[in-house]
Design a protein around this ligand. Structure first.
Ligand code: ADP
Length: 483
């Protein structure tokens, strides 16, 4: 076992409102998905606490907007420094409640921090516009203003990064926030908020509740003062929230499920494609929304690619986040495990062949063996649903037209990947794929400097980059007449 770091300095189990950690009578258990051991008993919040945090964020809004962008930037920069200074504590806490291998947890802390640094810089660059007017005695300007109180609802797969990429631009823009992290992994969010307080983020600017997701969601969606919801999670919940917000006409950012295609053309560098496939498919044990869900491999290189992929997958090590050399953790919970098992069983029943894995791990619990399946077909569940686990399903194709049709034959449109050495094909395919992000000859595309987000059922809005801050701003057109 790897030596663990004491995370008690960042462990907070209450809920956070108006600059204070408070307790509730009821609690819920947060457990380690590898060992099922109790990590902490966390305050179980419901309608009352949700209303309390919205009141707090609304009260703090005017003062937070009134300080200069430079000052907001400085506090965010300080928050960034504290996140980096506490990298080990945060990573240890994160993997204890989430299960990913410690090295990946350390990476997530840096990735999460990168959004805070980026938006600290962007805070000072919220420029407006001057537009040539339609009348000689008039002038037109466009100013940008914070949307107001925002609600961030986040999932368990990247408990730190999914939060900072919402909260950092919100705070940079001058918004205040109420946060509802996933009940699987609330402690990471609590730790971040604790560090934000130490960085001088004033009372009421950030508030956190979790527990009864439905009741909290009801308050956030129905309260008029909440002007925006930024959500990352399943398409089902995203659509529910989108509808629920129609009443109060909120601005929405929805980062939902994916069904990523990874295309290997006959002219691809196969070794590079295998490397990219491993990075994209098996990171976080296949539990990311940009993980490959479908591998489309040209007939001419099918054997070569699938054999090499299988050889690479055989080298992966399944284990507890803190076990030496582990590269694959457990699936987050029984539901996730059941879905992965069902997808594999369904594929095998419909003719897929197993090259590696294909069954639960001997470690038991929710550990599943990293798997490679060949002879996948459109009829299998994993073709239309997001598997969210360490399963590679490989399909065969013969032409560009065929593979474009196959890749786009999904309701989702988040990310796609393809490997080719041909420049005109690279442009042709990048433009033809129906999705928000395309990686060419690369398996990893997430970075704070680029716009992350999807189209179709994968959602609306973008996170990260110069576009990410626009999601937290309203534009106002100001006309000056008779001058
Ligand atoms: P996942 O499959 O990733 O858990 P979910 O969409 O169920 O996806 O969960 C993502 C986040 O949305 C979690 O924080 C969860 O608690 C929250 N959530 C689920 N249902 C609701 C709801 N009705 N209102 C508000 N938040 C919800």
């Amino acid at each position: 076992m790897i030596q663990t770091t004491d995370f008690s300095s960042v462990l907070k189990s209450g809920y956070y409102v108006d600059g204070q950690w408070k307790e509730t009578q009821q609690h819920y258990d947060v457990t380690n998905p590898s060992t099922k051991a109790l990590v902490a008993k966390v305050a179980y919040c419901s309608t009352k606490e949700a209303k309390e945090v919205v009141d707090s964020a609304a009260k703090a809004l005017t003062a937070w907007q009134a300080i200069t962008a430079k000052e907001r930037a400085q506090r965010l920069k300080k928050w960034f420094d504290l996140i980096i200074a506490n990298q080990k504590e945060l990573a240890t806490l994160l993997v204890t409640e989430q299960g990913k291998p410690l090295a990946e947890g350390m990476g997530e802390v840096v990735y999460a921090a990168s959004f805070v640094e980026w938006f600290a810089e962007e805070a000072k660059r919220i420029y407006g516009d001057v537009i040539p007017a339609h009348k000689g005695d008039s002038r037109i300007v466009v100013i940008k203003q914070p949307v107001g109180v925002i609600a961030a609802i986040t999932p368990w797969n990247f408990p730190l990064a999914m939060l900072t990429r919402k909260i950092a631009p919100a705070l940079a823009a001058g918004c205040t926030a109420v946060i509802k992290p996933s009940e699987e992994t609330p402690l990471s969010a609590h730790a971040l908020v604790h560090l934000a307080e130490m960085a001088g983020i004033p009372a009421g600017v950030l508030n956190v509740v979790s527990g009864d997701a439905k009741a909290i969601g009801e308050v956030f969606t129905q309260d008029k003062r909440v002007r925006k919801i930024s959500f990352t999670g399943s398409t089902k919940t995203g659509k529910f929230l989108y509808q629920a917000c129609a009443n109060t006409m909120k601005k929405m950012s929805l980062e939902l499920g994916g069904n990523a295609a990874f295309i290997v053309f006959e002219d691809a560098d196969i070794d590079a494609a295998v490397e990219g496939a491993m990075a994209s498919k098996y990171r976080n044990t296949g539990q990311t929304c940009v993980c490959v869900n479908r591998f489309f491999v040209h007939d001419a290189v099918y054997e070569n690619f699938t054999q090499k992929l299988a050889a690479a997958v055989k080298k992966l090590t399944v284990g507890d986040a803190f076990s030496e050399g582990a590269t694959q953790g457990p699936l987050i919970n029984q539901m996730a495990f059941d879905k992965v098992s069902n997808h594999v069983k369904d594929a095998i029943a419909k003719g897929a062949k197993v090259l590696v894995g294909g069954k639960p791990s001997e470690l038991g619990g929710t550990f599943f063996e990293p798997t490679v399946l060949i002879d996948a077909t459109k009829e299998m569940l994993m073709s239309s649903e997001e598997t969210f686990g360490p399963i590679s399903a490989c399909y065969r194709f013969n032409s560009e037209e065929e593979v474009i049709a196959l890749a786009n034959d999904t309701d989702f449109g988040l990310s796609s990947y393809f490997y080719t050495q041909n420049l005109s094909r690279a442009w042709r395919i990048a433009e033809a794929l129906e999705c928000g992000m395309v990686a060419i000859n690369e398996g990893m595309l997430s970075t704070e400097v680029a716009p992350f987000g999807g189209i179709k059922d994968s959602g609306i809005g973008r996170e990260g980059s110069k576009y990410g801050i626009e999601e937290y701003l309203n534009i106002k057109y100001v006309l000056m007449g008779s001058i």
